[in-house]
Design a protein around this ligand. Structure first.
Ligand code: PHE
Length: 405
């Protein structure tokens, strides 16, 4: 009798756990997060997961999503595209996540997106800007602007605001983000009457850029575009100044990390990059986020932290409105997102599942503080207008300590 009861109990337990699995995770909403916590761009992943954890804790403290707590599964892809794909495969096959957040680097989002798409699990990237990412399918979303818009803003800033006529460019040939931006920047700059006088390439992780910089110096540019990531840009800036190249360097969101100034230091002063937000925005929503983030992590949130914080809240909001926890229902709810008020701007997804948001042009000042030099409002993929604003220098107290990350 005892044995029968025991086996009955075992069967019941098994059935219960199966039922849980079928329901996709019992009483929790599971969100898989894949980011680079180590490797060449570790700061991207560290800031992003900080933002996501903050958002998840806010939602859980307020009672969760429709009574269910959110469980965040964070995995480190070591800044490697094939590792990103492996993690997302595990998310959809073993962990049975309801939704996925990641990555920052476009190449890694591009590698992982087809897996989420095939499994019909919605994936939202907070900050991958290469257009190819969301072309992977109708389950792939991004809550930031795209590189055709960012690249045009960069070129336009150099041509119009800096008045440059001759430009050179340094491109990371193996990086989808860098090559994508290079095309748009060169095309826009030329269209605006400028001339591309030199192009040189490098590979992420290179330490010595002297040969390329010598060649670029010889072409006598008035500005050098560097559409790359912070670690390489910091070194390029240093070596350029050591060579006596004094013209401004201009890049994109890939520059944004406190590590940039830690590596490049004063060589970066007077250079510019486009970005998703400014921590000095006076909007009370932004200031509350900056205060909460600083209290928790001891650093001013960079754009990665801010975009990831927004992406997490956008995903939670969609899950809340979703008819069920199925991937398709969550996808539909995500697609229906309207004017979501994030700290990096309002988010509505267009027909390509991309967000259309304003861009800020940031000037690097002494001590690594940022000043907003310009705000570029964009409509679709075209630049509708540029509205220069008076430079606002960062208050010294708000300057992030480059080594504190
Ligand atoms: N936009 C970059 C990419 O797509 C990643 C990035 C976003 C880097 C924001 C820094 C800040 O590769």
């Amino acid at each position: 009798m005892k044995r029968i009861l025991l086996s009955l109990l075992t069967t019941m337990c098994l059935l219960a756990s199966l039922a849980c699995n079928n329901a996709g995770g019992g009483d929790k909403v599971r969100v898989g997060v894949f980011m680079s916590l180590t490797g060449s761009t570790a700061n991207f992943g560290i800031s992003s997961t900080n933002g996501i954890k903050l958002a998840a804790d806010e939602v859980n403290a307020a009672g969760g999503i429709n009574g269910k707590q959110v469980e965040i599964l964070i995995q480190d892809d070591r800044s490697d595209a094939s590792e990103a794909a492996t993690i997302v495969t595990k998310f959809v096959t073993q962990d049975q996540v309801h939704a996925i957040l990641g990555e920052v680097a476009s190449s890694r989002s591009i590698a992982a997106a087809p897996i989420a798409q095939n499994a019909k699990i919605p994936m939202l990237t907070p900050s991958s800007t290469n257009p190819e990412v969301t072309r992977k399918g109708d389950f792939i979303f991004r809550s930031c602007f795209i590189d055709p818009v960012q690249g045009a803003a960069i070129a336009q800033f150099a041509a119009r605001t800096l008045g440059a006529k001759r430009a050179a460019i340094m491109v990371d040939r193996k990086n989808d983000y860098s090559t994508g931006l290079e095309k748009v920047i060169s095309a826009t700059f030329t269209k605006m009457g400028g001339q591309m006088v030199g192009t040189q390439s490098y590979q992420e992780g290179d330490q010595d850029f002297n040969a390329q910089l010598t060649s670029l110096k010889g072409s006598n540019p008035e500005v050098i575009f560097v559409p790359g990531y912070y670690n390489d840009v910091g070194l390029i800036a240093k070596q350029a100044r050591d060579k006596g190249i004094t013209v401004p360097l201009v890049g994109g969101d890939g520059w944004d990390s406190a590590q940039l100034y830690a590596i490049g230091g004063t060589a970066l002063i007077g250079s510019y990059f486009t970005n998703h937000y400014s921590p000095f925005d006076t909007d009370p929503k932004v200031q509350k986020f900056v205060t909460d983030y600083k209290a928790r992590y001891g650093a001013v949130p960079d754009a990665l932290a801010a975009t990831a914080y927004d992406a997490a809240h956008i995903m939670f909001d969609a899950i809340k409105r979703s008819k069920s926890l199925s991937g398709t229902d969550i996808r539909d709810a995500l697609a229906a997102t309207k004017e979501f008020p994030g700290v990096t701007g309002k988010v509505t997804f267009n027909e390509n599942r991309d967000a259309v948001k304003p861009i800020v042009v940031i000037e690097i000042k002494d001590g690594g503080t940022y000043a907003v030099r310009e705000r570029v409002n964009v409509e679709g993929a075209a630049l509708a207008s540029t509205a220069p604003v008076a430079p606002t220098t960062a208050p010294p107290a708000a300057a992030s300590s480059p080594t504190k990350k």
